[in-house]
Design a protein around this ligand. Structure first.
Ligand code: 6PG
Length: 242
């Protein structure tokens, strides 16, 4: 198998081992970031896969939640209390269970009139929080990504012009099926200090293989940190085509 240089592809024996790995890395890098920058800024994905990971993280003692700032990778443009709302899942599995101040939470504002305005407001929120001027991109300490079986990641879908976005930090996405969404763009994701993909399930094996071997037709393969670490964390089912 040919893998891209500098990437780590880790296939774990169990989902529990995957969670333990992420939690111990989170502990280590959040402490490093807090020592160095005073805060740890992380962008979290939604979907089904990471929910048990967030629950496990909520049980971890010794995390300095006062200094951890939670952003979103993407969101479905549905009300905050909709079962499809990603931040609702993040609240229920993680942030409602730990002592994190409300001001440390940066959900995508789905109460905006439309997805474009929601994306613009989210971008403004990020710029303000990180003190970015026009043209600057955020540098998240960690971005946690998932992958769809079609190889989408965040809400960056195959064939979408948004894959080529160069200027915006956040943008609206209109997939062929399902809800409209708001997503971080590749230039924002790829400037992160660390990017972890968390991938589980046999149905993702083909997309996972195409991603780690760098097939440019697969959006997830366009995740290429500019100056950062990329780690694929998968279970044996997702890794079964490698
Ligand atoms: C979302 C995402 C998305 C997700 C993949 C995988 O809102 O759906 O953030 O990019 O990571 O679609 O989703 P599952 O974990 O549900 O398979």
């Amino acid at each position: 198998m040919r893998t891209l240089p500098d990437n780590q592809v880790l296939i774990f024996g169990s989902q529990s081992a995957m969670k333990d790995f992420v939690v111990s890395r989170w502990l280590e890098i959040s402490n490093q970031s807090i020592n160095k920058y005073g805060v740890f800024r992380v962008a979290l994905s939604g979907g089904k896969t990471p929910a048990p990971l967030y629950e496990r993280l909520a049980e971890e003692k010794g995390l300095n939640w006062e200094k951890i700032f939670i952003f979103q990778v993407d969101e479905r443009f549905v009300p905050e209390d909709s079962p499809d709302n990603n931040f609702r899942m993040i609240r229920r599995t993680l942030t409602d269970r730990v002592a994190i101040p409300n001001e440390n939470l940066f959900p995508i504002p789905v109460n905006a009139p439309d997805p474009l305005l929601a994306a613009e407001r989210y971008e403004t929120l990020i710029r303000r929080q990180m003190g970015l001027s026009e043209g600057q991109f955020p540098r998240f300490d960690l971005v946690l990504l998932g992958m769809g079986k079609d190889g989408h990641t965040a809400s960056l879908f195959p064939g979408d012009d948004l894959l080529f976005e160069k200027c915006r930090i956040a943008a609206p996405a209109f997939p062929e099926s399902g809800h409209s969404r708001v997503t971080l763009t590749f230039p924002a994701i790829n400037r992160a200090r660390r990017i972890f993909f968390f991938v589980i399930g046999k149905e993702k094996a083909p997309a996972f293989k195409r991603t780690v071997t760098g097939d440019p037709a697969v959006p997830a393969a366009l995740v290429k940190p500019i100056r950062g670490e990329l780690v694929f964390i998968a279970d044996p089912d997702a890794g079964s085509d490698l």
